[in-house]
Write a protein that binds this ligand. Sequence first.
Ligand code: KIV
Ligand code: ZN
Length: 385
Amino acid sequence: MSDKVYVFDTTLRDGEQVPGCQLSTPEKIEVAKELEILGVDIIEAGFPISSPMDFNSVIEISKAVSYPIICALTRSVEKDIDFAADALKYAKRKRIHTGIGSSDYHIKYKFKSDREKILERAVAATKYAKKYVEDVEFYCEDAGRTDNEYLARMVEAVIKAGATVVNIPDTTGYCLPEEYGAKIKFLKENVKGIDNAIISCHCHNDLGLATANTMAGVLNGARQVEVTINGIGERAGNTSLEEVAMILKTHKDVDLHTNIDSKHIYALSLLVSKMMRMPVQPNKAIVGRNAFAHSSGIHQDGVIKHRENYEILDPEDVGIPQSSIILTARSGKAALKYHLDRLGYSLEEARVEEVYDDFLKMADAKKDVTDDDLIILIEGSLPEG
Ligand code: KIV
Ligand code: ZN
């Protein structure tokens, strides 16, 4: 039996803190219900101390969903933890996510403190959260730039204090995959009690490495991934849920699985993009407009002969009905014939050759050729009405 990787969705917390992406409580409830249908294991519903609306959203999301664990974020501050515990009171399954900066940048410039005092605060916050809930996740903020020996001390101390999940965020998106993977391996090999907790990857995409780093973490023993729909999140975003879910589904060789029902991915991507007014880049992996669109002649010919010549994923698996063959001036005769057949014109090869020359002139002039353009090409005009 393959190992399970827990999917912790933070679209409604790390994603929602992006300027312009704020959602109302009813909108958050709608997204949370869809996340439940998608099969995420944990929903990070908000940061309750941050505003009355965020506090209320965590309450309402807790009431609205049943299966996923509802998680609330805090700093290592007692008042934050009190607020989080109160906001989680209706959750059927609940988790407090507390933590503190662990890198020397944060310790020196953010907290104006020292490593030992920060370690004490980490342990105290974990113990305090533990008074309210059994399930406590601890984040070592900026772990990506934290010295591994010190990180291991912090992780060991919070596990001893009761943390059930230890989150190793690459907060600034700094790490290389080898480096992040080695960090997780180091913790696995050097922290006493590490097998009593789940290691979680929380990566940011500043250098475009969030998914690669998350995968490196998982391949080195992490069993929870912190992700968002469409990879939305602070600055360049977070690791995208759809990418990790489809990597694990496609690469049977790594022998890991998630609970994600991938057929719901595309609908949720559209919903989040629309609600958060955040367009998805056309070439975004899995859910971008061009993710299953073939436009060059060689690729089109290959896909028409056999889909898997140029597709490693089945679009239906992520809820996209089919791949598309786009007609442009780079298209070949196979693509033209494919579309003419689809429109009901079964032309002899010689006739396709003739039409192809006219098609190329049209495509050069128009960039994209539509069904109506093809009908005009064959019939001379569109039918009446
Ligand atoms: O990026 C980060 O470090 C975070 C933590 C608060 C988990 O979002
Ligand atoms: Zn983050």
